[in-house]
Design a protein around this ligand. Sequence first.
Ligand code: MTE
Length: 343
Amino acid sequence: MLIKKPDDIKSSEITPQSIYEGRREFLKGAGIVAGASLLPGIATAQVGAGLKAPAPAGLQASPAAPWLREKFTSVSPAPDAEPFFTEEALTPYDDVTRYNNFYEFGMDKSDPSSNSGEFKTDPWSVEIAGEVAKPGNYTLEDMLKPHDLEERVYRLRCVEAWSMVIPWVGFPLADLIKRFEPTSKAKFVEFETLVDDDSMPGIRSRFAIVRWPYREGLRMDEAMNPLTFMAVGLYGQTLPAQNGAPMRLVVPWKYGFKSIKSIVKINFRETMPNTTWVDLQAREYGFYANVNPAVHHPRWRQDMERRLPQTLFDRKVIPTLPFNGYGEQVADLYKGMDLSRYY
Ligand code: MTE
């Protein structure tokens, strides 16, 4: 994100105000409200039948442990309404899995899907540390066993001003956190991604700008919010490596960079953690990173977004909403805070 050339939205691409008065009407007008005919590639459900977004027909499942695949045979479908589901059209599977940010595999959008062939997620373990009654190293199976999987269809808004609608599979982060019994001193949760030189070419690259491991964090009340999701799959299937296998965070009201991938450590802290993008450029990226159309990034305006996929002839530019449209669920978390200062 830091070193990309400006990718701002040209004024000629902006849909006139009159068209999008009432966002839903606009979305309808732009043909991006969901409907069976708007889900390319999802013809006959083969995996995850009954889900709002089953796997595209004929899709090869991503490599995953057999016990994890077994868990995917009983995923509860997303409900019919916001906030855990949106009627906006899904971003097709191919775009969700081929247009990625995962710098451990390279800087270009296609690098994560092209360069993650050597990435192994079995065995996998996660360290739980800091202010909890039950710290330790847990196998992925121990981490996930007690949790029933559910589907959620969320908007994902990247600070680079593109957005997608993705059907995740996972469970609420709050349910996981409670099992480790955080102490009263746990005010923040810090997450870290795996660092593996052998399977992650972006880490070996001399052009890498990130100080590994990739780190992110949430305030404890943000982590416990019912929207905050630990994803282990998308489109009814286990996560592909490029989307953060075997387990990644999804925080839909924050810019995408908060949604850290391939988690190997969860640390409960009394103080605010130092996170990757704040570390790189604190003037441009804040700890909170709430989607906010009123606070622009120096290189990407934040009041509009390009909904992917786009073609030369079909560019969907839509208004960005405060908290990415999840204000009703989360605005209270920031009551009394100046959000232009705590961006
Ligand atoms: N997590 C790790 N470990 N490394 C990364 O480079 N990129 C972030 C986030 N999580 C990133 C990461 C950014 S900038 C975004 S926009 C989202 O992942 C993209 O998620 P997606 O590729 O599944 O759409």
